[in-house]
Design a binder for this molecule. Structure first.
Ligand code: PHE
Length: 335
């Protein structure tokens, strides 16, 4: 038994194998244990010799196991260290880093410019009532914007997806009136019932601006928009106003910015006019102020609404609105 066990221990290739050998040669059911168990039935002198031999064998096997275990542990540790070795000088696997969508970048730039002028960023609901979207804004019943052709109605004719961020003008004023000043921008999604093409989407984004205080004038509006244009399109930008019409502002003005590409001398981008239209604006109509809880005899205000996609298209030369929502990574990654 001893010779067989010692040979087996010598040739064992792993500590796992050693554990098996220990059970086989020294365990309760091993030959050696059985022998020692029966030893009591033998005559005393035989018992002594055999007992001594068996104990010696046990000790020898124990010693061999311990020695072999030490050797194998070293081998196994070395193998494991080799296998788990890490070369810290190898270049790492780059972690892909995403970035904000172009539209969101422009959105945040606009926010930053107005926050810098002391504005608060407000929000309004995308699902809106006819009253806040139209009626409160002095938009008459027969106005084309109220037509089912142009708006996306949700429940009958009273609830719809807001067609402009102007819905938040009266909502906000009602919340804070009679506090002054009101000085907010409202960025957000708007919805129109349009067939999508390069210049129309059924969902796009606007930034509304609304300022109400004592003595606000058209000059404040123009100065504010000039500051915004300089921040967005460069410090040499100029703005000009053209008379226009919106039911909720009086007077109303369409605003152009000098072409950031030719500086106003005329190029392809501005179709040789030197100007690019960027927004609609005007002095808040007395009816709208009243609906918001302000007295038009005491305060005045201005408002404007600008398309965020439009600004992004001008700044980055995007030629098709559908790029913004197509999810094509070749577009998204460019900005
Ligand atoms: N709501 C108008 C639009 O969507 C823009 C606008 C906002 C005009 C505020 C005047 C004042 O076209």
């Amino acid at each position: 038994i001893r010779a067989e066990a010692l040979a087996a221990v010598q040739s064992a290739g792993s500590t796992a194998e050693l554990r098996e050998l220990r059970v086989r040669y020294l365990g309760k059911k091993s030959e050696l244990s059985r022998l020692l168990g029966q030893i009591g039935r033998l005559p005393p002198d035989v018992r002594r010799t055999l007992g001594a031999a068996a104990n010696e064998a046990r000790a020898a096997i124990e010693a061999a196991l311990a020695e072999r275990e030490r050797v194998l542990q070293e081998v196994e540790l070395a193998a494991r260290l080799e296998a788990e070795r890490i070369d810290v000088t190898l270049p790492g696997t780059p972690v892909p880093r995403g970035h904000l969508h172009l539209l969101r970048q422009v959105w945040e730039r606009i926010e930053d410019i107005f926050i810098g002028m002391g504005y608060e960023v407000a929000e309004g609901p995308e699902v809106e009532t006819d009253w806040y979207n139209f009626e409160a804004l002095n938009i008459p019943k027969g106005h084309p914007a109220r037509d089912a052709q142009d708006s996306l109605f949700i429940e009958g004719e009273d609830v719809l997806l807001r067609t402009h961020t102007s819905n938040t003008q009266v909502r906000y004023m009602q919340q804070v009136a009679p506090r002054l000043p009101v000085r907010i921008i409202v960025p957000g999604r708007v919805f129109r019932r349009d067939t999508e093409d390069a210049t129309h989407l059924s969902m796009f984004h606007q930034v509304e601006g609304l300022v109400v205080d004592r003595g606000i004038s058209m000059g404040d509006l123009k100065g504010t928009l000039l500051e915004m244009a300089r921040g967005l399109f460069g410090p040499d930008s100029r703005v000009r106003m053209r008379p226009s019409y919106f039911p909720f502002t009086e007077p109303s003005a369409e605003v152009d910015v000098s072409c950031p590409f030719c500086g106003g001398s005329g190029c392809r981008v501005c179709k040789e006019t030197g100007w690019i239209e960027i927004l609609g604006s005007g002095m808040v109509h007395p009816t709208v102020l009243r609906n918001g809880g302000y007295d038009p005899d005491e305060v005045t205000g201005f408002a404007f609404g600008m398309g965020i996609e439009r600004v992004a298209m001008i700044l980055y030369g995007v030629d098709d609105l559908r790029h913004f929502i197509a999810g094509d990574m070749r577009f998204v990654r460019q900005f």
